[in-house]
Unconditional design. Structure first.
Length: 339
């Protein structure tokens, strides 16, 4: 037990030192704020690389006052586990697909509607514009904090161990892993497949043990998670676009001093821009690389798949769920969807 006098002494010293805090921080001082960040991406993935750079800069720019430790590759659990930790405050930051987050904030999946986007130009105009603002507001309302710049999770392609997906008929009863999200399940059901909701942390083993035949992801995820070891075919369906929302636990975020919040936000938003640049035009490189690793590519006609979604009532159903107003904001950027 500390002697009462020495305890008083140390309290006195701490109080006396307080006004100088931040000015006289010595190298090796314990950080004032220690926080954790989680993601579902391997070490070599642009998310991990850019998030490590961001937390490094944050540590340096705050002179060691703010230390965020990154736990990549589902080290803290799968996405749905990390989301629970984020909500409870056990985890301070994570990147998560808005589609997975939609189990909690329904509007955050709206950008993932199948075949909505002509290309990246429209995606970033929307996500940095009114559509992104609307989604972030719904996340804030639910008690989480969404950083302004969303990170890219690419246009998605279907892989398979059994047969290439050339026409919608090839998806009939196809056992495909989809992330844990009602929109993903609904879309692949509408396409006639048999989707199974599985966290990314379990995808490799689910494919390896043939619990599912296929999965869908952008090429960068197929490469960095080594899915080429357990999949043969890549069908370039470009069926939807996804992004990672950089999320913070709301209570923790609001409790941080404004200068700390500003440094964290500036750096995370800047690294999101760097990560977007990593993705831009990376498909060509990964196409070549995956081919050399034994994968066989084909280019299906997207219109055939889109027509199935139209006929199945997929677009009408989701327009009704999000509401006409939110749908109109989406269509401001994408043009008319679903006819
Ligand atoms: O789970 C996936 O497939 C991934 C990595 O793309 C997402 O985080 C949505």
């Amino acid at each position: 037990m500390t002697h009462p006098i020495s305890r008083r002494l140390s309290i006195g010293l701490a109080t006396a030192a307080l006004p100088l805090f931040g000015i006289l921080r010595a190298r090796g001082d314990a950080p004032e704020f220690e926080m954790k960040m989680g993601n579902d991406n391997p070490m070599s993935h642009p998310n991990t690389v850019r998030q490590l750079e961001a937390v490094d800069r944050i540590l340096r720019e705050t002179n060691g006052r703010v230390k965020i430790s990154l736990f990549p590759n589902n080290q803290l659990g799968g996405d749905t586990d990390m989301l629970s930790q984020l909500r409870s405050g056990a985890l301070e930051f994570m990147t998560l697909s808005g589609l997975i987050l939609s189990t909690y904030t329904p509007l955050s999946s709206i950008y993932g509607i199948g075949y909505a986007w002509p290309g990246y130009k429209q995606v970033w105009a929307a996500m940095d514009g009114a559509l992104g603002a609307m989604i972030r507001a719904s996340i804030d309302k639910a008690g989480l904090y969404a950083f302004e710049k969303i990170w890219d999770n690419g246009f998605r392609q279907i892989t398979s161990s059994t047969h290439p997906i050339v026409t919608p008929g090839d998806l009939r009863d196809f056992k495909i892993r989809v992330p844990v999200s009602p929109l993903w399940t609904s879309m692949f059901q509408a396409l006639g497949a048999a989707p199974a909701s599985i966290n990314f942390s379990e995808v490799y083993s689910a494919l390896q043990t043939k619990i599912v035949e296929g999965q869908e992801n952008p090429l960068v995820n197929i490469e960095t998670a080594k899915l080429y070891e357990v999949q043969k075919y890549v069908s370039m369906t470009h069926h939807m676009w996804d992004g990672f929302v950089m999320l913070g636990n709301g209570r923790n975020w609001r409790g941080l001093p404004p200068d700390v919040r500003a440094t964290i936000a500036t750096n995370l938003n800047a690294s999101a821009e760097d990560q977007r640049a990593d993705y831009a035009n990376s498909d060509n490189t990964f196409h070549t690389q995956l081919q050399s690793q034994g994968m066989v590519f084909n280019d299906p006609d997207p219109e055939l798949f889109r027509q199935v979604l139209v006929k199945s009532g997929f677009y009408d159903k989701w327009k009704a769920k999000y509401g006409a107003d939110a749908w109109a904001v989406l269509e401001t950027y994408t043009g008319k969807i679903g006819s």
